[in-house]
Design a protein around this ligand. Sequence first.
Ligand code: SF4
Ligand code: FES
Length: 354
Amino acid sequence: MDVSPPLGLLAELTHRCPLHCPYCSNPVELTTRDAELSTADWLSVLSQARELGVLQVHMSGGEPLARPDLPELVAHASGLGCYVNLVTSGLGLTSSRLDDLVERGLAHVQLSAQGATRERADLLAGAKAFDRKLAAASLVKSSGLPLSLNVVLHRRNHDQLAGIIELAERMGADRLELANTQYYGWALRNRDALMPTPAQLAAAEPVVRAAVARLRGTMEIVYVVADYYEPYPKPCMYGWGARQLTVAPDGTVLPCPAASAISTLSLSSVRDTPLSEIWYRSSSFNAYRGEEWMTEPCRTCDRRGLDFGGCRCQAFLLTGDAAATDPVCSRSPRRGVVDLVLARPPATDLVMRR
Ligand code: SF4
Ligand code: FES
């Protein structure tokens, strides 16, 4: 099949992070500092990615500000002509660090928030983070960079949705991403405590719709649905190995950020294989490209061009078979697995990210 070049690179510079969010989608086993790629490795990854066609680089983590070489990496990526986005908790962002990053070509900042009030947000972050996020947002706005606010929604903060939208307005965010939790990595452990109720989701809908209408032209709002409740799955990654690649802190190259969970996949590393070879020829990137791999009911389904059979990681995590139809799908013979999860009583304990 014809494979197009990737458009985006998610560069997970480190798994180190000052927050302890229970919905973290990073793997349960994190990469330690001594196993992280070196500065020289990352410079090479960025050059190879640009050569491959990448135009957008998302520097993420963990907390990318934990890497002292972040300015050098930003300068290199922007010098190659890439649009560089910093995905950050905001902790560790000072006026001088931001000025330096802007000077080196940083184009956009995506800040996370956990709730609308200091008390709730700090509880969910497992750290005193709320005030520092307000300060970080104000720095970004003063720098003139566009600001996105990303808030992961779940049972413990859905009730603050209206307040979260007000918070984004107060911060002057240009874009607000309201993303119901996706259950990968650490988040999967907390699924029974994080799953929103049908009543919460029903209450959210008019609040989001009214905000989208009211703020049109000022702030773009993106709402990511709670897919367990949906009749059809999300078009995850717009298809496997289709648009974006992820490089994990240790150099493992992933077709999607959660793919290390698929234990049947043989993953390649930038430490020993060129990025272009991984993108075009590796078994991991080719495993679920196109439609050849599909089983029934996806194989002959009229929606397969819309959702690509859903999410491979979710299929693996819930059925043990990454080539299965995403069990979120109402046409999947395994939909019962998801319905059982939804029928369970909520868990009361949240296990914070360690
Ligand atoms: Fe999508 Fe497969 Fe479900 Fe059809 S059967 S809607 S292709 S996940
Ligand atoms: Fe991996 Fe959906 S998160 S394919």
